[in-house]
Design a protein around this ligand. Structure first.
Ligand SMILES: Nc1ncnc2c1ncn2[C@@H]1O[C@H](COP(=O)(O)OP(=O)(O)OP(=O)(O)O)[C@@H](O)[C@H]1O
Length: 237
């Protein structure tokens, strides 16, 4: 890989006595988009949580932006420049949209222009229309957009997105894909977990397929699209 921002090597993790990840390897290049694909329960969310320090890593290494971050506290990983958007949209429902964005504001790093609410409203026009309104009144898709926008206010170098298209109406899925491509255009690397091949193919350069906690395929998105055996064996089609 030319210039990886995130390198995960052989990580193992689980919940209590249950082992869930059995040596996961993946690499995210600077400014690239990678999709971690697999069926329900394959280990996608667990991988992202382990990278983010939300679950103890029992073995293996995680290198982010030049530091070994395995088992750092999540806030420290976030401060190092890795953003995380969980599956269950975490917004503050008693704050307005604009106030939710302010909560996420952190100093910029790495010479890129800092994110501002105005720049984010260009990417997420539906948030612009709702900026003064309470976040409690938002649809699931709008909450997902707001969570991503708030994460960007932290000026991350890379973002982990857990199933960004799940449960969204088709028109919102399109907005979500545009938002991911815009993040990439701004130089932010994105690792997303995803079940939908259509969504992943629309945004990702590289694909990983996980099943029962092991990576079964690693390659370009084009190679995954061309590999019918892998798709039918490990993905929901
Ligand atoms: N908090 C938990 N405690 C115990 N086992 C868990 C916990 N969370 C997940 N698991 C188990 O870990 C395995 C991987 O789950 P994970 O959530 O990582 O899958 P996933 O690929 O993200 O799928 P999904 O699309 O369902 O989120 C599953 O067998 C699941 O039952």
């Amino acid at each position: 890989m030319a210039d990886p921002v995130l390198e995960v090597s052989g990580i193992t993790a689980g919940y209590g006595p249950a082992e869930v990840l059995f040596g996961v390897d993946l690499t995210l290049e600077r400014g690239a988009v990678a999709a971690l694909m697999g069926r329900n329960g394959a280990g996608k969310s667990t991988t992202l949580k382990a990278i983010m320090g939300l679950l103890p890593v029992r073995g293996g290494r995680i290198r982010f932006a030049g530091a070994e971050i395995a088992n750092w506290a999540p806030y420290r990983i976030a401060r190092a420049g890795l953003g995380y958007v969980p599956e269950d949209r975490r917004i503050f429902t008693d704050l307005t949209v604009a106030e939710n964005l302010e909560v996420g504001r952190r100093a910029a790093r790495g010479g890129r222009p800092p994110w501002t609410p105005e720049r984010l409203y260009e990417i997420f026009p539906n948030l612009a229309e709702m900026r003064g309104r309470s976040a409690a009144a938002m649809s699931g898709g709008e909450q997902q957009m707001l969570t991503i926008a708030r994460t960007l206010m932290g000026n991350p170098d890379a973002v982990l997105l857990d199933e960004p298209s799940e449960g969204l109406a088709p028109v919102i899925v399109e907005l979500m894909a545009e938002a991911v491509l815009r993040m990439k255009a701004e130089g932010i690397a994105v690792l997303l977990s995803e079940q939908s091949l259509d969504f992943a193919a629309a945004v990702a350069d590289r694909a990983y397929v996980i099943e029962r906690g092991s990576i079964r395929f690693a390659g370009s998105m084009e190679a995954l699209e061309a590999d019918e055996a892998i798709r039918t064996t490990y993905l929901t089609v």
